[in-house]
Design a protein around this ligand. Sequence first.
Ligand code: SAM
Ligand code: SF4
Length: 475
Amino acid sequence: MQFVPEKYSLPDAPMQPFIDVAEIERYLQTACGDMYSVQNVVRKSLAKCRLSLSEVAVLLNAESPEAVRFIKEAAQELKTAVYGNRIVLFAPLYVGNYCVNDCTYCGFRATNDAAVRVTLDAQQLIREVEALEDHGQKRLILVFGEHPGYTPEYIAEAVRTVYAVKKGHGEIRRVNINAAPLDIAGFRTVKAAGIGTYQIFQETYHPESYTMYHPRGPKKAYANRLTALDRALEAGLDDVGIGALFGLYDWRFEVMALVRHTNHLEACYNVGPHTISFPRLQAASYVNTNVQFAVSDEAFTRLVAILRLAVPYTGLICTAREGESVRREVLYYGVSQIDGGTKLELGGYADASHSVQNLHREQFQLNDVRTLATVVDELLDGGFIPSFCTACYRKGRTGEHFMEFSTPGFIKRFCTPNAIFTLAEYLEDYADDALKQKGYALIEKNVAAIAEDAVRATIRHRLQRIRDGMRDVCL
Ligand code: SAM
Ligand code: SF4
């Protein structure tokens, strides 16, 4: 790709911000987090209702160990009731790390001369996807820096290239995007390429802090970023992902703002975010992470549980930024999607020599570098069904998590069988004998637990077809 010099114009931001700092602060200052109030809020949440800002503030202000334990146990109960024991697996694929922004926390920022800049060409991209398929990945998120070269057409072309790569039984069935905000026409262009979710993190919802962390480049326009997913929805995309980078500002404020963002999308478009992400600031090339707002493990696990209770219908993503033990813990409090076998270095999946982390080649440091097979193995040990399911998306049932949540019996009828099918496909094509044995034992346990004879028979029949070589089996 030929890059134009670093010129850009700030896009118009006709939409206005919907975050009212004073309102959020008022709730946080006045909410009472005693056990009685917490129990009342949790009751509403367990009835699967999205919480209001004042109710979320109650949970955020709960400090006693009993109240915090109560919140975490309730999140666990809600998660099991809504999502069962499936965990969706995916991998990020960095396509280009040229960037005109200067986010002070990111290794790819424009002024970091130490960063090694790469944009994968079509052949390199294909090799990366083949390597990911060889490990059994079915769902990817393509990640881009912000640069005039990464146009909507360029992103759409990358998506089409990825979908076209088929190796053996391997194929990518859902391509999500994490890239800069686009205008409405741009979102239409990437939608036409068949993307799943478009993810944009606000980083911090606190406007003053936002300005401090984003001194230059188009990203410095807070309102343009905040309203980006409104434009995506206006353009007809219906799966959007929100997120905040925890560690830039007070974590309680950010949780409130994520819920406010959710309310806003629900109110304006009748659809909440498909996923919420809560990356925690990690070490990066020439970045000082010893910051005032660092979030402890204790606060992090608590905020995941609170988000689960606050927005019961939304997928929660925890990436390999977090270490194994934290990732394991938050699975119980509500996380529904994790990555496995992640590599951040551009070209790192295809090139085995890139096994050691190099901060100048990566956006930030990973704390969980387990292979996909190891992650699958540990999920099985924990009684979770590792899932590569993309059935809703492929059958035109958009808003997959919302379907699960809102349609009675949907999980039993569709989600559990589909997760089992994708696990069986994975075991047949990519697992060694020990993993295969362990995986089928878990499948059998879950099939046996299904009450309806007809459903059990259908699943067993389709599992046999998978063993016979049939793929992409779903209900
Ligand atoms: N460049 C686009 C953008 O900024 O929206 C695409 C995504 S960027 C490559 C992905 C996300 O990584 C950012 O939105 C930010 O939240 C996160 N990130 C950046 N620096 C980080 C760091 N040091 N630790 C953890 N996450 C980081
Ligand atoms: Fe560029 Fe995104 Fe990194 Fe900011 S977070 S410097 S926009 S890649």
